[in-house]
Design a protein around this ligand. Structure first.
Ligand code: NDP
Length: 482
């Protein structure tokens, strides 16, 4: 069994306590036990990170690029092994777990190259004899607080740019997925980095997470998780003018028009709604279907949903794993009961499943005849639950798609360029997908949402530099040579 310690100030340390990491596919399988940090560990980690950061920033671009490249290549080379560990503790299917670890590796190799491309600029001054130089400098110590649903990928798309641009990192991962976090930290710990540059502090969000967010010596804070926690963190950061980046909830719509390739639209809807057991910030939790194809779409969509094989995440052929924890399963079942009480029609699924392994299984749920203002169509459920809402035309579909406090991704299935273009322009979301599922993004372009989904600069791609660096403008008067 894995005994995972925290990595603080360049050393592996026990904590105040240990917690067990339980496999959601089989609760008799304990993945490992993991140290829970003390508040004083946060202080030690940040103090060590401060001096290590100065060394790292001075180490030069090639040294940073080489470290990131090595981390990325190891993640890719070990994606099968680490993907299995990830799926075992989080519950996503093995292909999803392996794919996530490989993608995490790509974040590191991408940002290895970006470290070399941190180009500044220069400008003529409005004053004679003055040159202007514009540079991007590291922030200093960056705190990273990450969720459980993409335990390696989300952390990697934050840690890689933070290090690439010369920052130090103190990372608090989600408590239910410590093994993936520990595995990534173990790889980073073996690289040629200054002692204290990278720190892993595991522990509960309400104590250790809060302590980190409230630390006076962090200069940046990047968080992905729920809106409620995000707004609390924002208040702490604002009080001390800490640079902030938040990725939070969503309620992504997938619109199906009457001119779409219906079989493809059904596949995209199934993938978007139930991939990763619906536990994605990009999941299609609302299916807005054009009335002329509603019945045909629903028939095919229900057939495919009912045929999904739910089971142990590591079993071959399983298409949907368990939900992450007993608490999440209970919350999901409450949402199913809420949907029924709101008079949406439960057409399939929504019940806990008793399978051969004792785990947190539920049947993927589809509600029909939904209304936009039902709570199941307004609140993020983070569950394998979706709801079909009918629309008379494109105008109504757009109104419905935009009718939530969120705006992360939005998708449309149509063969009409005109309809797709109108939707793309009218969508109040950060990412729009045309004839593609709402879930599934690239790593070299910006990712993020609008309204209640995101706050602060975009993540990933070249946009990452906007958060992980600060701009310095220098004015130079050289004078006349002697
Ligand atoms: P949380 O927002 O509770 O947790 C996200 C991260 O923040 C975890 O590392 C957590 O630690 C930490 N945290 C929790 N409370 C605090 C705090 N007071 N101060 C600092 N850090 C804190 O999300 P959950 O993982 O519990 O998921 C709950 C819901 O959030 C989901 O059902 C979903 O709706 C949404 N969510 C959205 C995501 C997205 O990508 N948009 C991703 C994950 C969740 P710990 O694990 O120890 O609690």
């Amino acid at each position: 069994m894995l005994n995972g310690q925290n990595f603080i100030a360049g050393e592996w340390r026990d904590g105040a306590d240990w917690v067990e990491d339980v496999n959601p596919s089989d609760v008799t399988d304990i993945v490992g036990r993991f140290a829970q940090a003390r508040p004083s560990d946060i202080h030690d980690a940040v103090a060590a990170a401060q001096s290590a950061q100065r060394e790292w920033a001075a180490a030069g671009l090639e040294a940073r690029a080489a470290v990131l490249d090595a981390v990325g290549r190891e993640l890719m080379a070990r994606s099968k092994e680490l993907g299995e560990l990830l799926s075992r503790e989080e519950g996503k299917t093995l292909p999803e777990g392996v794919g996530e670890v490989y993608r995490a590796g790509q974040f590191f190799t991408y940002f290895a190259a970006e470290a070399l491309r941190n180009l500044g600029g220069s400008a003529d001054s409005v004053r004679a004899g003055v040159d202007v130089v514009i540079e991007r400098e590291p922030l200093g110590v960056v705190a990273i607080i990450s969720p459980w649903n993409f335990p390696i990928a989300t952390a990697s798309w934050k840690i890689a740019p933070a290090l690439a641009f010369g920052n130090a990192v103190v990372w608090k991962p989600a408590s239910v997925t410590p093994a993936s976090a520990w595995a990534l930290a173990e790889i980073i710990s073996r690289q040629a980095i200054p002692k204290g540059l990278f720190n892993l502090v595991m522990g509960s969000g309400s104590t250790i997470g809060r302590e980190l967010a409230a630390n006076a010596d962090i200069q940046g804070l990047s968080f992905t998780g729920s809106g409620a926690v995000g707004s609390g963190i924002a208040a702490l950061a604002a009080a001390r003018f800490v640079k902030l980046q938040l990725e939070m909830g969503s309620k992504n719509p997938f619109v199906v028009m009457d001119d779409s390739d219906l079989d493809r639209a059904v596949d995209l809807a199934v993938n978007g709604a139930f991939g990763g057991t619906g536990q994605k910030c990009t999941a299609s939790s609302r299916l807005i279907v054009h009335r002329p194809v509603h019945d045909a779409f629903v028939e095919k969509f229900l057939a495919k949903t009912k045929a999904l094989k739910v089971g142990h995440a590591l079993e071959a052929g399983v298409q949907m794993g368990p939900v992450v924890s007993a608490e999440q399963l209970a919350a999901n079942l409450d949402y199913v009961a809420l949907g029924k009480s709101e008079r949406a029609e439960l057409a399939t699924g929504g019940e806990a499943l008793d399978l051969a392994h004792k785990g947190h299984y539920m049947a993927p749920a589809v509600f029909l005849n939904g209304r936009s203002r039902m709570r199941i169509n307004q609140e993020e459920m983070f569950a394998p639950i979706t709801c079909v809402i009918q629309a008379d035309d494109l105008e109504e579909a757009i109104l419905l798609a935009n009718d939530t406090p969120y705006g992360l991704t939005a998708g449309i299935a149509t063969r009409s360029l005109a309809r797709a273009t109108k939707f793309r322009h009218a969508s109040r979301s950060g990412c729009v997908m045309v004839n593609l599922a709402t879930a599934g993004t690239d790593y070299h372009v910006p990712f993020g949402g609008v309204r209640g989904s995101s706050y602060g600069p975009r993540e990933q791609g070249r946009s990452a530099a906007e958060f992980y660096t600060q701009v310095k403008t220098s004015y130079i008067h050289a004078g006349a040579p002697e």
